[in-house]
Design a protein around this ligand. Structure first.
Ligand code: SF4
Ligand code: SF4
Length: 290
């Protein structure tokens, strides 16, 4: 797997922001979720903007830590979990969309935590940040999961901006992926994320063709990427791939999002249901609205 991108990680260790031992919103069933640090998008509506960049050890966040959990050791910021009271003042103070809490973790260490929870799990999901930015680590972790717990499914939660080599590299150990489609209109996609949607669209097509697309997620903001015309166009494009595709319609929520030049507005419950109606008019999708 040496061709897989290893940014922020090696095949045996990943730069991990956090883990959740039990989640019911990150794929089917009860899942162990690993959040990886670093993302190739810079979304205006990102709910976890501190996962976007790797820490540059500037030391700014040390000033707001009152418990001694953050120290500078040999020009590196070190976080001592046992002294941390969890206020996340450090994350709020970071001007670089990062966190001092992300740490390299070996596959063996993550596996030890999965082992403890395994009796209650349906699978493991790697999320982010952007999981495919550390595809070498994801492959190594999924390989270890498959070797020890063949009944657990391995999913990737991705923004879809990964090339075919990444999906090829993960193919033997990844059961499926959940892909965010921020916007079908490329110019608007660039405004919303900082990048083109070209790879995202290719990823959706490729994964669907391989039977590895679990769901497409549409994050919709009132008055921005939710016009009937754009939604209908999106529905037609997705229907051309699979008219019974599982689609999750997600209404934007402002919690955790950075101030933005564009107006980001939460849709009402009625608007979210309307989005689903517009999509349903195009094909008999398996739709979930949240
Ligand atoms: S792809 Fe996800 S993690 Fe990356 S910037 Fe966008 S919302 Fe944030
Ligand atoms: S988390 Fe942010 S503020 Fe703290 S040392 Fe890293 S880059 Fe600087």
């Amino acid at each position: 797997m040496s061709t897989l991108p290893l940014s922020g990680s090696s095949a045996s260790a990943g730069l991990v922001t956090d883990v959740i031992e039990f989640s019911v919103v990150d794929g089917p069933g009860n899942r162990f979720v690993v959040f990886l640090q670093g993302c190739n998008f810079d979304c205006l509506a990102c709910h976890n903007p501190y996962t976007i960049k790797e820490c540059i050890d500037c030391g700014i966040c040390l000033d707001v830590c009152t418990t001694g959990a953050l120290t500078m050791v040999a020009d590196r910021v070190v976080w001592t979990e046992s002294l941390c009271t969890g206020t996340d003042a450090c994350i709020a103070a970071c001007p670089y969309d990062s966190t001092p809490k992300a740490r390299p973790q070996a596959v063996a260490d993550v596996m030890a935590r999965i082992r403890r929870a395994s009796g209650f799990l349906s699978g493991v999901t790697v999320s982010g940040g952007e999981a495919t930015q550390q595809a070498g680590f994801v492959h190594a972790l999924f390989s270890a999961v498959k070797a020890e717990f063949p009944r657990l499914t391995c999913f990737v939660d991705s923004n879809g901006a990964a090339d075919v080599a990444v999906w090829d590299g993960l193919d033997d150990v990844m059961d499926a992926a959940m892909i965010d489609l921020k916007c079908l209109d490329d110019a608007l996609h660039v405004q919303l994320t900082g990048k083109s949607n070209r790879e995202v669209l290719s990823s959706i097509e490729l994964l669907a063709k391989r039977g590895k697309l679990y769901e497409v997620r549409l994050l919709l903001m009132a008055g921005l990427n939710d016009s009937d015309e754009l939604l209908a166009q999106t529905g037609r494009w997705l229907a051309g791939i699979d008219p019974t595709m599982r689609i999750k319609v997600i209404g934007y929520r402002a919690h955790g999002v950075r101030p933005s030049a564009l107006p980001l507005v939460e849709p009402t419950a009625a608007q979210r249901e309307h989005y689903a109606d517009v999509l349903r008019a195009e094909a008999p999708f398996d739709l979930l609205v949240i």
